[in-house]
Write a protein that binds this ligand. Sequence first.
Ligand code: BDP
Length: 328
Amino acid sequence: MKKVSIVLLSVWLATFILAGSPASVFAQKVLKLGETHPQDYPTTKGDYEFARLVKERSNGKMVIEVYHSKQLGEEKAVIEQVQLGAIDFTRVSISPVSAFVRDLDAFQLPYLYRDAAHMWKVLNGPIGQEIFKKLETSNFIGLGWFEAGSRNFYTKKQVKTVVDLKGMKIRVQQAPLMVGLVEALGAVATPLAFGEVYSALQTGVIDGAENNWPSYLSTSHYEVAKFFITDEHTRVPEIMIASKKVFDKLSKEEQTIIKKAMQDAQPYQIKLWNEFEKVAEKTVREKGNTITEVTSQEKQKFMDAMKPLYDKQPPEIIAVVNKIRAVK
Ligand code: BDP
């Protein structure tokens, strides 16, 4: 009997020492975060930084487990689960979220931001905060933004001008605005989950897709769609969302820790992103892919072709677009 209690006491003591206090062991909250990218992708590293800060600042009471490489499913399905409260967090492109919250369209329209600095001023300012209120009405808590560069078309046959895209089957993210964007160029939009794009390119179900340099490389799409055109048609920010159902059950203190951790993870992700974007571009060029550089004249033609897409937007979207454009 004595031996048993000594063993039990030492187990209890060890737990106490390792965890800081027994309360932190028993009250620990383990939360799940869904991420589509692989573990070594800059955005996933941003997720890990967010999780690290949350754990550290809550003294180990909140633990966010990062499920990278779509272990929890493709983005659309994960977003649905977050809305229902079955998954706690996800880091996603705003495109698939815009299928749930159409107000997000105002943040992903083509050639909207002058450059990355303009986008960051918008996202980290009052306009970025406003959209978080809209997200809440759909059961999402917007925690903050990550960088994703700009998106470009890549195809199996060379595209030199905007006219060449006519009639081509182009994969888009599962979002109505992205369908409209590609249709404005006279191409045939094919919405597909991210994980299905490689084989769709390989088998010829689609003629091309569009994304940033890092994803073009990390997905190996560059192997099956060897022509890339630097049209930079849109910047689509990435967002960290929490399930409102889960978030509302946390204490005010815990909510603040989470929000602040995402804010503080942002510069880290942006730094890694900017570094990797260059590496990805260089790597693809070295592999011998054909990169068509878009002249400013040709870019203007892309912009002109996108105008009807703006004309189709409802007044509430245009109001936000005007506010975004006014940010200097
Ligand atoms: C990548 C985003 C990822 C999107 C993917 C896509 O980081 O979240 O799902 O594009 O095109 O750039 O589906």
